[in-house]
Design a protein. Structure first.
Length: 76
């Protein structure tokens, strides 16, 4: 289960936020929820679980730098 507080760098958006998780197999659908903002994320894990591919979209509130993004996280 994935939950807890979230901190973003290089933005003033989401000064306080909480992450929640919904999952189906290797695909997770966490939401980052702040006081006036909500970011929806689709995260897909690679078969070997070493990489997470992420797409996100801001669905509530205003935050130009987080309006839509994509990327990947690689296990170190």
């Amino acid at each position: 289960m994935l939950s807890g507080t979230v901190t973003f760098s290089n933005t003033q958006c989401f000064p306080k936020a909480v992450i929640t998780r919904r999952a189906r197999g290797r695909v997770a659908f966490p939401d980052v929820v702040g006081d006036t903002q909500r970011l929806e994320i689709i995260a897909e894990l690679s078969e070997d679980l070493s990489t997470m591919f992420i797409n996100s979209v801001l669905v509530a509130g205003t935050c130009p730098e987080l309006s839509f993004s994509s990327g990947r996280l690689v296990r170190q």
